[in-house]
Design a protein around this ligand. Structure first.
Ligand SMILES: *Cc1c(COP(=O)(O)O)cnc(C)c1O
Length: 357
């Protein structure tokens, strides 16, 4: 038998989603809490009324309409996907497709951009952030122009560095480039300053958002994008019919209706992030990067050993491989409950006292 796979498929990395069962899981920027009980109850009630025998009908449209209303845009400007991962993949697909389609994105940033660029048969053009992980909008604009890019991508606030551009800086980029611009706002709820309104002024801008982080719905796989109607229409063509299942759509619909219920926990996460940032800053030999998200990036000597130490006490953080560009010796720690955060902090402090003196 001769199994002839697509060209270069063998070179694509496999995503291994299986994880150890950590006692304190702060490695994936998830919400550490399940849905608020009151919200969960409404979700379960809604799910109990689903017609499992029918293809999705008005559920997609209902959620799109709710989202559109919130941003004061037309429903035709919303596309819903299986997590913002699917949205990002489809945007790359729509603007990639041949060796002349360059896709510029910052490094370090979301590691999947490089993989989506390859999957979309576009050409990845990494743009290096400076030593403090800042993105200079003018330099970024030049890089986009000089490479003749077809798509520029910015993650704001940025994962895994945690820092953010201002809406003015985003606008400068949107106005300064003459190609498609994808803004990944996976963590914007923790920052509070979205650039969605710029979609009305800049038809090249697409903003991707997710239910997975601030809204604690990572399991349901729901994300969406907001763009000009023509752009949304074109991206929409890249999806299969009925690509969203009714269970996820119905659950997201309730969560979105009840999104005010999430405000206190988002505020609590931000307060915890500030508290832990200050604590970490006082540990000698640990470099801490300012964050506008639900995680904090740190850099430390012997990071591999620190990671192993944390793992052995049941704490799972994100350790970057030594060849991840710009992230040597870095660990990313998601914000958990105050108790979890205290324990992670104490473990790091202990490691430094014992091993880095
Ligand atoms: C988590 C994350 C996403 C994707 O999340 P989904 O669960 O697919 O919605 C997208 N971009 C960044 C930067 C992320 O960190």
């Amino acid at each position: 038998m001769n199994l002839n796979y697509r060209k270069d498929l063998d070179k694509m990395p496999s995503y291994d989603g299986t994880e150890r069962d950590y006692r304190i899981k702060v490695n994936a920027n998830e919400s550490t809490l399940n849905l608020p009980p009151f919200v969960e109850e409404r979700v379960i009630t809604r799910l109990s009324r689903i017609a499992f025998n029918r293809y999705p009908n008005e559920e997609y449209s209902d959620l799109a309409e709710q989202i559109a209303r919130n941003f004061s845009v037309d429903k035709s400007q919303i596309v819903i996907g299986g997590g913002s991962s699917e949205i990002i993949e489809k945007v790359f697909f729509a603007f990639g497709g041949s060796p002349d389609k360059k896709i510029v994105f910052p490094v370090p940033s979301f590691s999947m951009y490089k993989i989506y660029a390859k999957a979309a048969e576009g050409v990845a053009v990494p743009f290096e952030l400076d030593e403090n992980f800042n993105l200079d909008p003018d330099k970024f604009i030049s890089a986009v122009k000089n490479s003749g890019a077809n798509l520029a991508v910015v993650c704001n606030p940025n994962n895994p560095t945690g820092n953010a551009l201002t809406v003015e800086q985003i606008e400068k980029i949107a106005a300064g480039i003459d190609c498609a611009f994808l803004l990944d706002e996976a963590y914007v709820e923790f920052y509070g300053k979205s650039a969605v309104n710029l979609v009305k002024k800049y038809p090249n801008l697409t903003v991707a958002r997710t239910f997975s982080k601030a809204y604690g719905m990572a399991a349901a796989r729901v994300g969406y994008m907001i763009a000009a109607p023509e752009v949304a229409k074109m991206i929409g063509k890249t999806f299969m019919p009925y690509h969203m299942n009714v269970l996820s759509l119905a659950a997201a619909d309730i969560v979105y209706q009840m999104r005010d219920e999430f405000v206190p926990r988002i505020q609590a996460t931000v307060a915890e992030r500030k508290r832990i940032f200050d604590l970490l800053k006082n540990i000698p030999k640990i470099e801490v990067f300012p964050s506008e998200t639900n995680f904090i990036l740190i850099r430390s000597e012997k990071s591999e050993e620190l990671n192993a130490k944390l793992e052995s006490s049941g704490i799972g953080v994100r350790h970057f491989s030594p060849d991840a560009p710009g992230l040597k010796n870095c660990l990313r720690i998601s914000i958990g409950t105050p108790t979890e955060n205290d324990e992670v902090f104490a473990a790091i402090k202990k490691f430094v006292a014992e091993k880095l003196r």
